[in-house]
Design a binder for this molecule. Structure first.
Ligand SMILES: [Zn+2]
Length: 187
């Protein structure tokens, strides 16, 4: 299976930003990149080929992200993001899919497993006909909003490496459960 992991934002586009303390900013682009690297490493024992749409703090256009997935002939596209709201009490994990997406079951399992592993509220699967990377990718695609960067509760789960690791493990297990993924333990 060929999987593209797409760390949202990057470079000139920080994504959502939260001031944790005075002058201490948490940027969505850094969390999505850290999560992408963790997801990459945790996939190594499996028969997956992985491509990241960016490996550093780079500006990558939405069309380049989609084209990379097409060129890679990916079977699955996973875009990683953090949610944001003016309402500081908004919290939890949600996963977006294109309407009638084949990835609906995967999205549902991602929500359930992340919610269970890091005690984030399960906001469920949302469908859209708008989000570019979901609309333009020909393969099954999900966009994971891993938690709200603007929530005092969620942000600590996103910046703590152990708990971010649990979030990533949730995504990873959802892939294995939904799409199958035998470990390659003979090498
Ligand atoms: Zn985002």
């Amino acid at each position: 299976m060929r999987i593209v992991i797409d760390p949202g934002h990057g470079g000139k586009d920080p994504g959502a930003v939260k001031e944790l303390y005075k002058d201490k900013l948490v940027k969505e682009k850094d969390i999505t990149l850290a999560a992408a690297h963790l997801l990459y490493v945790s996939s190594l024992p499996y028969y997956y080929d992985i491509l990241l749409t960016r490996t550093g703090d780079e500006t990558v256009s939405l069309s380049d992200r989609v084209n990379k997935a097409i060129d890679f002939n990916a079977n699955l596209f996973i875009s990683l993001h953090c949610n944001a709201s003016e309402d500081e009490t908004a919290n939890g994990v949600e996963v977006w899919v294109y309407e009638n997406s084949k990835a609906f079951d995967l999205a549902k399992t991602v929500c359930e497993l992340i919610s269970k592993r890091v005690d984030l509220k399960n906001r469920g699967v949302k469908t859209t006909s708008k989000l570019y990377v979901l609309r333009k990718t020909p393969m099954p695609a999900i966009l994971v909003e891993m938690g709200f960067i603007t929530s005092r509760f969620d942000v600590w789960r996103l910046i703590d490496p152990i708990s971010l690791g649990f979030i990533v493990t949730g995504i990873h297990q959802a892939i294995a459960v939904t799409l199958g993924g035998d470990r390659n333990e003979n090498q």
